[in-house]
Ligand binder design. Structure first.
Ligand SMILES: Nc1ncnc2c1ncn2[C@@H]1O[C@H](COP(=O)(O)OP(=O)(O)O)[C@@H](O)[C@H]1O
Ligand SMILES: [Mg+2]
Length: 262
């Protein structure tokens, strides 16, 4: 628990990241509560992907602090992020068309076999069984033996997201999971996010679609040109409230309040 009594699973404080002359993030502070869906909104180039890449171990911030479960951590690789219970799905799906659903779910995962911790591979039968369990738990009606090229865009995204559940993560980051999908495909992804939340997973969701953001998110954190533009309640925020902050950043009144609060 933090001093304020809120139970944060992720606290990113004062995160700054530069790419040469470009300041992608300038002292951003983002907090994810345990079990919530937090949306990250902002115009193109606002720094959303850079921020989540700092949490996923793909980038290292130039400065700032990251705490997971209250412990300060140095997430210096994607491997380290996974070890901390953080899984990520990106917009460009890392999915292999010519493989089956089961093969995709296990793609690149080495199962630890035996008590000696030797690296081994699960038998085909076991992988298939585990994949089926995973899809059943998430109520995804896709055939585990189907070749992925025969699936719709929405189904592929469901498989890609369900993959992240294999390691039993605490935190899942989704960068634009609905952007390439039909309305129906996006609906299924939103339902999946809801089911994952009910399983106790804390979710950080990036999306351009503000309708989806308002429906899925408990809170909406807005970025503007690499700076914080405030956090709104998902239930009460209007599209207008969100867009204003995306375009103009944090209102001056709020900025001075925060400065006064220290
Ligand atoms: N690898 C990179 N090299 C150089 N500049 C980058 C890199 N990644 C992001 N940027 C720049 O950082 C800023 C924030 O980008 P990004 O985090 O991708 O924004 P968003 O995801 O909100 O659209 C942009 O100006 C972008 O051009
Ligand atoms: Mg992005």
């Amino acid at each position: 628990m933090s001093e304020s009594g809120d139970d944060y699973i992720v606290e990113m404080e004062g995160i700054t990241k530069r790419f040469g002359e470009v300041v992608a993030l300038d002292g951003v502070t983002l907090r994810l509560r345990r079990g919530e869906v937090l949306a990250l909104a902002g115009d193109n180039g606002a720094g959303k992907s850079t921020l989540i890449k700092c949490l996923a171990g793909a980038h290292r911030p130039d400065s700032g602090t990251i705490r997971i479960d209250g412990e300060t951590v140095d997430i210096d690789s994607p491997r380290r992020a996974k070890d901390l219970g953080i899984e990520t799905t990106f917009q460009d799906l890392a999915i292999a068309d010519n493989l089956t659903v089961t093969q995709n779910i296990f793609l690149g995962r080495e199962e630890v076999g035996g008590s000696g911790g030797l690296l081994g591979v699960l038998s085909k039968g076991k992988m298939r069984k585990r994949a089926q369990e995973l899809l059943d738990e998430l109520e995804i009606g896709v055939d585990v033996d189907e070749t992925v090229s025969n699936l719709s865009g929405g189904e592929r995204q469901l498989v890609s997201i369900s993959r992240t559940m294999l390691s039993d993560p605490e935190i899942i980051i989704m960068d634009e999971p609905t952007s390439a999908l039909s309305v129906e495909g996006a609906e299924r992804v939103l339902e999946l996010i809801d089911r994952m939340q009910r399983q106790g997973i804390s979710i950080l969701l990036i999306s351009h679609n503000l309708d989806y953001v308002r429906r899925a998110a408990d809170r909406i954190h807005i970025l503007h040109q690499g700076t914080d533009a405030g956090v709104l309640d998902g239930e009460t925020a209007t599209q207008d409230d969100i867009v204003k902050r995306m375009v103009a950043g944090m209102p001056d009144s709020e900025r001075s309040e925060q400065a006064a609060d220290g």
